[in-house]
Design a binder for this molecule. Structure first.
Ligand SMILES: CC(=O)SCCNC(=O)CCNC(=O)[C@H](O)C(C)(C)COP(=O)(O)OP(=O)(O)OC[C@H]1O[C@@H](n2cnc3c(N)ncnc32)[C@H](O)[C@@H]1OP(=O)(O)O
Length: 405
């Protein structure tokens, strides 16, 4: 399989030395939530504008990440953001969709507007309402992102596809089941500390490792604890290019040092299921643009839609050699306090995965760490972070490298 070397080609600093920042952010609680999609969007949008210390009238453009995984079939969901404040009335507002990476697709779209000079302040919202529908409907909606299975009905949905990845892993290296339980327990431990998380319950490695009535098999080797949950929720960020602002926001916030976006082929046979080549392409592009290496990062928020994805990502991102991802968790590297903590927020696995919100949520979690405002989740030292968000089996891949100001 070829290595993907193409991907986003842009620079994050323009001729005036302008840099792109996240000036404010907000996050609703994830889980089974009462508010409608509109209610979640309004809550996150207004709170992010307040947090940035700007007025709604300062926003030039709105981008909404939304996959419609609840199959609500609502046209123009981007106009729901206008409901947050009358000052948004008339603004350009666009819904961006790239499956489970829709949130980061929205973030990167907002960055492009800033770099193009068509906006100075962009409000990016990610939102999804999934729990209103039964699991077969949600499973089918998610599978519309898969080339071979689109249009089919499934109660195990994407879990089946990632269970196949776990089988390939077992065939090529060794049975990953126990390592997957260790990853699940790590995520639940962190999620229990995250006030925004869907599943705030510590689960032991033993519980996650054992198939039981409370932890049934969902597909193949994947147990319930190996899956991210079906969640409702929203997150929002305010993107700015501060030097060009007429009314300056507070100077706190975080800076984008690098971005990468890389899409892979859809047909399964054209991809090595354990290479996540599109992710590797986006990762390398973002780190190169930022001028950093793995060792320069303080932590990573990565797309652990299933625990097997996190294990494969340890290897694809270079934390360990192929087949040795188990070492990253066994020796404590990816734990808080380890050399490179992964998913300190609890990740998708425990924080939840309201599909369109996820990429924005990951940027919010990283921004909180980098500004020392992550509460019980706070790492002692957090200067530089990478955020990785993917759609499908590493089909649409986005990476951001962020720094504290
Ligand atoms: C590229 C990508 O991102 S693809 C990813 C797209 N997302 C998905 O495919 C979603 C995958 N997840 C799922 O389909 C579902 O969450 C499942 C199948 C794992 C679990 O659903 P169900 O079996 O219907 O669980 P249900 O909602 O009835 O909850 C039963 C119990 O399990 C718990 N639970 C539900 N999901 C999870 C989970 N993922 N992990 C741990 N516990 C869970 C609930 O809190 C509840 O606990 P309680 O009895 O103590 O109250």
């Amino acid at each position: 399989m070829p290595t993907l070397t193409k991907g986003t080609r842009m620079t994050l600093r323009d001729e005036y030395g302008t840099e792109v920042r996240i000036a404010g952010w907000a996050h609703t609680r994830f889980g089974k939530r009462e508010p409608t999609l509109e209610g979640l969007i309004v809550e996150a949008a207004n709170a992010a504008v307040r947090h940035a210390g700007i007025e709604a009238g300062d926003v030039d453009e709105i981008v909404l990440g939304n996959f419609n995984a609840g199959m609500n079939a609502l046209a123009f969901p981007s106009s729901l953001v206008l409901q947050a404040d009358d000052a948004f009335h008339g603004l350009p507002a666009t819904r961006v969709e790239n499956a489970c990476a829709s949130g980061s697709a929205a973030v990167h779209t907002g960055i492009r507007s800033l770099l193009a000079g068509t906006a100075r302040t962009v409000l990016v919202v990610g939102a999804e309402k999934m729990t209103e529908r039964d699991s077969a409907t949600v499973g089918s909606a998610l599978l519309s992102a898969d080339y071979e299975l689109a249009g089919t009905t499934s109660t195990s949905g994407f879990a089946r596809l990632f269970a196949d990845v776990a089988d390939h892993y077992a065939d090529r290296y060794q049975d990953p089941s126990y390592t997957l339980a260790e990853i699940a327990a790590k995520s639940h431990r962190q999620g229990a500390l995250n006030p925004y998380a869907h599943l705030r319950k510590e689960l032991s490695v033993e519980f996650c490792a054992e198939v039981s009535e409370k932890n049934p098999v969902v597909a193949g080797r994947l147990r319930r604890t190996d899956c991210s949950p079906v969640s409702d929720g929203a997150a929002a960020i305010v993107l700015t290019v501060p030097e060009r602002r007429s009314r300056d926001a507070r100077t706190r916030g975080v800076r984008f040092d690098g971005v990468g976006h890389c899409n892979d082929f859809l047909p399964g046979p054209r991809r090595d299921p354990l290479a996540f080549a599109g992710t590797v392409g986006a990762w390398r592009a973002a780190l190169k643009m930022a001028g950093v290496q793995l060792g320069d990062l303080s932590f990573i928020e990565l797309h652990d839609c299933f625990t097997i994805a996190e294990l494969v990502l340890y290897e694809a991102l270079g934390l360990t050699a192929p087949g040795e991802g188990h070492r990253a968790i066994a020796d404590g590297t990816v734990l808080p306090g380890g050399a490179l903590p992964v998913n300190v927020s609890g990740g998708l696995k425990s924080k939840g995965h309201p599909v369109g919100a996820t990429g924005v949520s990951q940027h919010v979690m990283a921004a909180m760490q980098l500004t020392g405002t992550a509460g019980e989740l706070q790492l002692p030292s957090a200067g530089k972070a990478a955020v990785h968000n993917m759609g499908g089996l590493a089909i649409a891949n986005y990476v951001s490298v962020l720094s504290a100001l």
